[in-house]
Design a protein around this ligand. Sequence first.
Ligand SMILES: C[S@@+](CC[C@H](N)C(=O)[O-])C[C@H]1O[C@@H](n2cnc3c(N)ncnc32)[C@H](O)[C@@H]1O
Length: 588
Amino acid sequence: MGRRKKTDDKFAKPIRGPGRKSRKQGEPVFAKELLATDPNEKKKISSRGKQRAKKRLVKEQTKLTNKKTTKPKPIIKRQSDGESNDDEEEEQQGNGYTDDNQQWLTPKKKKVLFEGDENEEEEEEVMEEDLPYNDEFNVESSSDDDEDDLDEPKLDIEKKSKKLREKQRQQKESAEQELLTNIQQHEKVQFPSGQEVTKEAPQADLQLLMHRIREVINVLNDFKNKREVNRSRKEYLDLLQQDLCNYYSYNEFLMNKLIDLFPLAEIIDFLEANEVQRPVTIRTNTLKTRRRDLAQALINRGVNVDPLDKWTKVGLVIYNSQVPIGATPEYLSGHYMLQGASSFLPVMALAPQPNERILDMCAAPGGKASYIGALMRNSGILVANDANKDRARAIIANTHRLGLTNIIVTNLDGRQFSEHMGGFDRCLVDAPCSGTGVIAKDPAVKSSKDDKDIQRCFTAQRQLLLNAIDSVNEFSSTGGYIVYSTCSILVEENEAVIQYALNNRPVKLVETGLEFGVEGFTNFKGTPFHPFMKYCRRYYPHLHNLDGFFVAKLKKYSTKQGNKKESETIQKKKEIEEDDSPASINED
Ligand SMILES: C[S@@+](CC[C@H](N)C(=O)[O-])C[C@H]1O[C@@H](n2cnc3c(N)ncnc32)[C@H](O)[C@@H]1O
């Protein structure tokens, strides 16, 4: 089509000018609307265009009314006080919406890559799809026949409806802000009456409570300038403690301990982190497989898995899984152990060597013991002891599953262990504790611990540690080390226990070799500890996304056993056993 016939005919007419077909075509005809017209002449607008025009009109009107009615910005910030910072950030980045334009904008579906890309027409297209009020009108406008219905008279209805919605929105907003009204009006913290302080906070007051918590922390951080006249620091601290107890459901005892432990700026971060579970992690059993192979096998089963972190070569983090992680063929054949990441740390600090004699004094269910065994490459001897017979059975089960052949499982009281065996190159004391580092796992800790529980814990911990030291051979050519760990963050169960051992046994603190973690306290609330306590490592959920943990490493340097008085305490065993309520001690 359209090609001219080739011909050899000499008499054929030479081809000139446009073809017949093109000559047939008339002048192009343009739609009237497209031709230049008088700008004053009213354009005929499509139904879609009409809708847009109306929206623009109503938008402008609402902008005007909003300017008159919207409350000052700080209120919006205060509303989000109880929310996570992420939400605030998201709002600032424009991913969410503010109260000013909530009615108009839903989060954009299209990503705006550069600020300059924001095109009003594009925005309107997105709005058309997402606006709730638009949906109502779409029902009518979906039919072409109804095109005329969108003309002037309906604008009044639309305006009325718009006003109504605006009124409803404002009512809702003011209801939400009712709780904060007092705070917005008063710059200073409002101290409640004594009764109000002690009564349990109803759920509805939580937002208000969090606001007051932040305000009090703010005052305490600049007490001289921000406090109310005649109010003492203690009054503010008491109020803060009560509010935190009510907000996070802790008892006063534990909250006091935590306030002592953390700078005010950090306390909320710690408490918030306890409301969130730590990631599920597993440890590759290097006696049976390599991490890469294990990860591949799990990925093939629909497990979303990644290397845990650069500080471990055996850890994997599980994001989600289509199969139960504790029942995969890989698990059953001992290719991995389900284990919290923080549990790797004491074993890494212990640094077990092949062919050594090692004692794990409180070993059940065997998470750390099996890691020790794997690092020893099934050589030497590993004694895995636990005072609880049922729990000790779990060590045996794990030992078989993981293919450990160098383990002897014993069921002895660790406080007297050295009377049965000794001469170990290294010893791990992963002591029973209050569990204040693992509140996310066991929220009962928040309200169940008291002074007596902590005392019971640290008494047992001191005795276990002293006996562990007694079980170790200070002349070991490769070792002579003792690692002490707990999943508690309390100083009484950690630095104070180590100090006690330093005072009573021939040991010194050495570096753990762990490349991260917070240094141990060398001074706490006026109590000085040995300067080398800084070698200890503390781990926190809010800082490391690990369970709260403490790790210390000691080296035994002489047979001369410091102050033997402590062995006498062991003779008071009966008294302790009477006190020893298993429910109060964390045995994770
Ligand atoms: C924190 S858990 C140990 C967890 C273990 N290390 C692991 O990684 O799987 C503390 C253990 O200490 C044990 N225990 C408590 N009192 C003990 C004692 N006097 N002697 C030995 N073990 C004790 C508990 O039965 C509990 O299994």
